[in-house]
Design a protein around this ligand. Structure first.
Ligand code: XLS
Ligand code: NI
Ligand code: NI
Length: 443
């Protein structure tokens, strides 16, 4: 098989923090043990198929800039899709990631008919199974692409036309089968067009019911075929629609409760989707964990100056450490992982740029894992929490939470005992300094 990334020969190696080799890991040492698991098991890295191999580098003002020969228009579509997959698996193995994630339409071309699209996907799924058996690379998640084709302009499950709902359901069924066949560990639904452009042409209540029904069908089918992976919704507040129904983790939880799905579906949190919804990344994780729906992460960040999904590689240890800290506090990943839903900048057109993006991002996540583990193992933050919430761990606090007091009981108690609590310090500056100290001290 001819190599596409021929400038990068050996698998990327761990060389330690003092290495100056730009294509070596300085922090990601996959076998290093961190809180009882190897770094590889804690971080569960995945590369995304779409931005990395199926995106030519176009934007709304200009055409593709990248060197992706398999995207040329005059090729046989199946042969081109196979060449794309060969390059993708070459990349996964040279980078040394355990997982990848895909949309049905990135791995195989859409056909003239739905039947032909299914056939195309089946051919490429067989091909992927061969590559996976050869390399040991696994599927973190699969997903159906329900936003590109003009039929989905007004949404997929939330479309005003039930025939589009049928089409979307058929496509998801086939993609769930494909994901299951490849032993995917999760199935993701990102509702890019499940929202509205203007309320003036939208029956919001009806569309929410459609989405609720659709997701119940997905969950039912998961059980029918014995798929044991997670079903994950990826929240995003807007883009491409003005308003997306899966706005953020809290909104998704309310939605899942309403449609009886809170024990069946979790969330895939994307760093920059959190930012776009007006939250910090760690907030979204903590919110999901508090509701018992934390699933997985798309680890791509935004740009403070830009209000859209720039999908940049993560490069802030501080931002990521705070997120990983919440993940570790929630017990770490189960079926999820850190998926790089990342795009190169349009000017990054050298073949090895894709390596530089991922190597740097993996190092940022690995160092963040060490910082977060240190914060937990040092125990100072936990000690501050224990002291701060001590009253709730004692009898009176437990009694209140267990429903032992009414509003009138509280009234009586405060009067009778002249309860007069004094405020105490939240210790924020001290705590923030502890985070910086951990960043300085990990090695
Ligand atoms: C878009 C989403 C998308 C999903 C997969 O903003 O992040 O890439 O992760 O459909
Ligand atoms: Ni996104
Ligand atoms: Ni994403």
């Amino acid at each position: 098989m001819s190599e596409f990334f021929s400038d990068v020969s050996a698998p990327i190696a761990y060389e330690g923090p003092t290495s100056d080799n730009p294509l070596a890991f300085r922090w990601y040492d996959k076998n290093r043990q961190v809180m009882g698991r190897s770094m590889e098991e804690q971080l569960r890295f995945a590369v995304c198929y779409w931005h990395s191999f199926n995106w030519p580098g176009n934007d709304v003002f200009g055409e593709g800039t990248f060197d992706r020969p398999w995207l040329a228009a005059d090729l046989d579509p199946i042969e081109a899709a196979k060449a794309k997959m060969d390059a993708a698996f070459e990349f996964f193995t040279k980078l040394g990631v355990p997982y990848f994630s895909f949309h049905d339409r990135d791995v195989a071309p859409e056909g003239e008919t739905f039947a032909q699209s299914c056939e195309n996907l089946d051919i490429l799924i067989d091909y992927a199974a061969e590559h996976m058996a050869r390399t040991g690379v696994k599927v973190l998640w699969g997903t159906a692409q329900l936003f590109w084709q003009p039929r989905f302009a007004a949404g997929a499950a939330t479309n005003p036309n039930p025939d589009v709902f049928l089409h979307a359901a058929a496509q998801v069924k086939h993609c769930m089968d494909a994901t299951h066949r490849l032993n995917g560990e999760n199935y993701v639904l990102w509702g890019g067009r499940e929202g509205y452009e203007t309320l003036l042409n939208t029956r919001m209540g009806q569309e929410l019911d459609q989405l609720g029904r659709f997701l119940n069908m997905v969950v039912q089918y998961k059980h029918d075929i014995g798929f044991e992976g997670g079903i994950l919704i990826e929240p995003k507040p807007q883009e491409p629609t003005k308003h997306q129904y899966d706005y953020d983790s809290a909104t998704v939880y309310g939605f899942l409760k309403r449609y009886g799905l809170e024990d069946e579906i979790k969330v895939n949190i994307e760093v920059n989707h959190a930012t776009l919804s007006g939250h910090d990344f760690n907030h979204e994780i903590a919110q999901a964990a508090a509701c018992g729906i934390f699933g997985s992460v798309d680890a791509n960040r935004g740009d403070d100056r830009l209000g859209w999904d720039t999908d940049q590689f993560p490069n802030s240890v501080e931002q990521m450490s705070l997120g990983v800290y919440e993940i570790l506090r929630a017990g770490g990943f189960t079926t999820g992982g850190f998926m790089f839903d990342t795009k190169l900048r349009r000017q990054s057109m050298a073949r090895d740029d894709l390596f530089h993006g991922h190597v740097g991002a993996m190092d940022v996540m690995a160092k963040s894992l060490l910082v977060a583990a240190k914060l937990i193992e040092d125990g100072e933050l936990e000690a501050i929490l224990t002291e701060r919430y001590a009253g709730w761990d004692a009898d009176q606090g437990r009694n209140i939470l267990a429903g032992g007091l009414s509003l009138s009981d509280c009234h009586e108690l405060v009067l009778a005992q002249n309860i007069d609590p004094a405020p105490s310090s939240g210790r924020q500056e001290l705590i923030e300094n502890l985070v910086n100290r951990a960043i300085e001290r990990v090695s």
